[in-house]
Each structure stands twice: as structure tokens, then as C-alpha cells.
Design a protein around this ligand. Structure first.
Ligand SMILES: NC(=O)c1ccc[n+]([C@@H]2O[C@H](COP(=O)([O-])OP(=O)(O)OC[C@H]3O[C@@H](n4cnc5c(N)ncnc54)[C@H](O)[C@@H]3O)[C@@H](O)[C@H]2O)c1
Length: 246
């Protein structure tokens, strides 16, 4: 029973591929209906969820746009009548040392990675307070360390940890748990864009000496949402093959 999400509804951002697609599939595997949200087209994820026999609703939204986030969450609740779980996962990055980073890139990365998580939680919480649900935000190993030439990404992901802890404290007595995951190097479109000489030392520092698969992260997300994690709140779970331990 601990992974029985029958009759529950999950909302996943950044669901067009990678980690978000995997958590959408993991929610579906446990019987949840899933709302897949992305600024790109999440149709392929929606098709995969449907092929598993789960109900799915696809919404197009930019998580950095307050009105769009509100509309996406309204659409989710209209489609399925309730909201139980949210995986706030959409993310982006910009590579440049601080003095060379365009202000527009700083604004974009912080707006998507940090403000986007705030906006999603802001509009998810009224529904989760009714259902007694759970939120998982996507942080990173770069929430705890610096990465070369990634000031906006590192700062935004540090911020996701603070935001997660703060929200967990505010809503802990009201039946909503709020946690984060901190993925290490995961094989997705995001890391495919990183040069080999940059990603190889990161993988070499993991205890397991390999990339993580998106599905290994999706499983951690749904477990954090499940009743099995009922006393886990304000936590940041590394899903990093032991990177942060080394
Ligand atoms: N892959 C890794 O190694 C790794 C490690 C740590 C953290 N992360 C984080 O995991 C999350 C998912 O990344 P991924 O690795 O699956 O990469 P990905 O590129 O496959 O997925 C990111 C998704 O976010 C979507 N997105 C980007 N900006 C958006 C916006 N403004 N509104 C809505 N959707 C938007 C993209 O369209 C994409 O589908 C990100 O937050 C990323 O920072 C990834």
C-alpha cells in the first residue's frame, strides 16, 4: 500500500524529457494521474504515461511566468479535480564566470530555477493543503558546492534548498511535506550539452563511477511523496551516486 497512488494527481514541471519525464512515469506506475508541464512540448511524455494506462493532461507553461503557472495549476485541477503531489523540476543554466555573465542570463536562470519553484509552490499549496499532499523540488549537487563558471545556476540551486526548508517549516503542521532532491550527474539533455572534459571529473568523483539514469531520480521523487517518507520534511536527498559523500 505504501506506493499506492491510485486516485491521486501529480503535477510535474520540466516534464518534456529527462528527470521530469522519469518522475511523471514513476507517478503513473503507481496509479497516479499525471499533469505534465513544460515550456517545450511534453507530448512524448504524455504518450508514454498514457501507454502505461494512466490518465495524463499536458500543459504548456513557462515556470518563470506567474500567470502561466497559475493557469497551468488551474488546468491541472480542472482536469482531475484535485492535486496531491508536485515535482517542481524545470531548470536551465548559463555558462560564464561571473564578470562575463550577461545580466539577462542571470535573470533567466534565477527566474526559472528559483523563482519558478516559488511560483509553482505558491499556486500548488492551496490545493495541497486540501489534499494533504507533498512537494519535491529539484535542487542539485551544486546546491552545496560551486561548479566552474556557473554562478547563476549554483546560486539558484543553493536558493532552492533554502526555499524548500523555509516552506517545509511554514506548512509542516498543516499536513504538507516539502522536500528536495539533489541529483548528481544524470544522463539527460542537460548533461549532453556539457563537454566531456567537464562532466568526466564529476562522474569520476561519484562513488559509483557512472552517470545516473533519470529513472533512478524519478523513483526517489515518488518515494519522497509516498507515505513511506511520512516523517521526512525539509530534507534534501542526494541522488548522486555518492558524489557529495566523497
Ligand atoms: N541532469 C543532471 O545532471 C542534473 C543534475 C542536478 C540537477 N538537475 C536538475 O534537474 C532538472 C531537470 O533537468 P534535466 O537534467 O532533466 O534536463 P532536461 O533539459 O532534460 O530537462 C529540463 C526541462 O525543463 C524544461 N524547462 C526549461 N525551462 C523551463 C521553463 N522556463 N518553464 C518550463 N519548463 C522549462 C525544459 O524544456 C526541459 O524539458 C533541472 O532543474 C536541472 O537543473 C539536473
Amino acid at each position: 500500500m505504501i506506493h499506492d497512488f491510485e486516485g491521486k494527481v501529480a503535477f510535474v514541471t520540466g516534464a518534456a524529457g529527462g528527470i521530469g519525464r522519469s518522475s511523471a512515469l514513476a507517478f503513473a506506475a503507481r496509479g497516479a494521474s499525471v499533469v505534465v508541464c513544460d515550456v517545450a512540448d511534453p507530448a512524448e511524455t504524455a504518450a508514454q504515461v498514457e501507454a502505461m494506462g494512466a490518465k495524463v493532461h499536458a500543459v504548456h507553461a513557462d515556470v518563470s511566468d506567474s500567470a502561466a503557472v497559475q493557469r497551468a495549476i488551474d488546468a491541472a485541477v480542472t482536469a482531475f479535480g484535485r492535486l496531491d503531489y508536485a515535482h517542481n523540476n524545470a531548470g536551465t543554466f548559463a555558462v560564464a564566470p561571473l564578470a562575463d555573465l550577461d545580466e539577462a542570463d542571470w535573470d533567466r536562470v534565477v527566474r526559472v530555477n528559483l523563482t519558478g519553484v516559488y511560483l509553482c509552490m505558491k499556486y500548488e499549496l492551496p490545493h495541497l493543503l486540501r489534499s494533504g499532499g507533498a512537494i519535491v523540488n529539484t535542487a542539485s549537487i551544486w546546491s552545496f558546492q560551486a561548479a566552474d563558471a556557473q554562478p547563476a545556476y549554483v546560486a539558484s540551486k543553493h536558493g532552492v534548498v533554502g526555499l524548500t526548508r523555509s516552506a517545509a517549516l511554514d506548512y509542516g503542521t498543516q499536513g504538507v511535506r516539502i522536500n528536495a532532491i539533489a541529483p548528481g550527474p544524470i544522463k539527460t539533455a542537460m548533461t549532453a550539452a556539457v563537454p566531456d572534459d567537464v562532466i568526466a571529473p564529476v562522474i569520476a568523483r561519484t562513488a559509483q563511477q557512472r552517470f545516473g539514469e533519470p529513472a533512478e531520480v524519478g523513483e526517489a521523487v515518488v518515494w519522497l511523496c509516498s507515505p513511506a517518507a511520512s516523517y521526512i520534511n525539509g530534507a534534501v536527498l542526494p541522488v548522486d551516486g555518492g558524489y557529495l559523500a566523497t
